[in-house]
Design a protein. Structure first.
Length: 287
């Protein structure tokens, strides 16, 4: 069987020798002695041989299956690191024992084993059945709580704790808003309570709309909603630039014409009693 050197470290030679006596340090092993900065190896006779100094080992060679350490031309020590088929089988068996593969059980046997250890899980016969029966609603601390309301017991949104709820069926917003709302589809409600003002804000989110409800302490409430770009476009609202352009056009088309008419009428009244010759003399006299 191949023997692969195992590396150890000791503070002093005395510690290394005690480790050898107690079987902690054994063949084939290498040990670095910290205080003397030397290396010791365990011989096949279970004794310690020391390599003096960091530079005594001048070369390391691997020839065939032999790992050899030299000081100059002198072979200090060597190990056979070959691995036979017997070695491989031995390693496999040791690994199987270490990780417990010899005690492997099939999934059905494992389920029964876990049931015996954990105990009966609700009304399920095995752990597998229990796991398969789990649903989102049974999970702890879910981010969105699913609720279903009925005509006899509608969900009162304002009475819910702060959080996000997906409500299906009948519900009531709360406060003085006691109208029963109904939806066959799931509707998201975001609930937030303000402890300082004792008010509640509820945001109702559907596929095409977002509505806000503000409920005061006395039950009075107001509603608001978010609008979309397409909704604004459908209202045909005028922009500031378009209004400015429109007013300018109106002034040019109407006001200027009216001013011209009034100016002409005023001139006619002022100059109506003057004959043509006198009017000509007035303008010529200005030259």
């Amino acid at each position: 069987m191949a023997l692969i050197p195992t590396w150890y470290s000791a503070s002093t030679k005395q510690i290394a020798e005690k480790a050898l006596q107690r079987g902690v340090l054994k063949y084939p092993g290498l040990c670095y002695i910290q205080d003397s900065k030397s290396i010791a190896w365990v011989t096949i006779d279970n004794t310690l041989e020391y390599v003096k100094g960091d530079k005594q080992i001048t070369d390391v060679k691997c020839i065939g299956s032999n790992l050899m350490f030299f000081s100059g031309d002198k072979l200090l020590f060597s190990y056979d690191i070959s691995m036979t088929d017997e070695d491989k089988d031995h390693i496999i068996e040791e690994v199987k024992k270490t990780i417990g593969l010899d005690n492997y059980v099939k999934s059905s046997e494992l389920s029964t084993l876990l049931d015996n250890i954990i105990g009966n899980l609700e009304d399920k016969s095995t752990v597998v059945d229990y796991i398969n029966s789990l649903s989102y609603n049974k999970l702890f601390d879910v981010p969105i709580v699913n609720l279903i309301g009925t005509l006899t017991v509608p969900v009162k949104i304002s009475s819910l704790d702060d959080g996000i709820y997906k409500v299906k069926g009948q519900c009531i917003i709360g406060g003085n808003n006691t109208t029963v709302q109904s939806s066959a589809d799931d509707v998201l409600y975001l609930v937030s309570h303000d402890a300082d003002t004792s008010s509640t804000t509820i945001t109702k989110m559907q596929g095409k709309s977002i509505t806000l409800y503000f409920i005061q302490q006395d039950g009075e409430y107001t509603t608001d909603r978010y609008i979309t770009e397409s909704w604004i476009n459908e209202q045909n609202f005028a922009s500031a630039d378009s209004v400015k352009e429109y007013v300018s056009n109106i002034i040019e088309e109407t006001v200027l014409d009216v001013l011209d008419e009034h100016i002409d009428a005023a001139l006619d009244r002022k100059l109506g009693g003057i004959d043509s010759e006198d009017l000509t003399n007035i303008f010529q006299g200005g030259n």
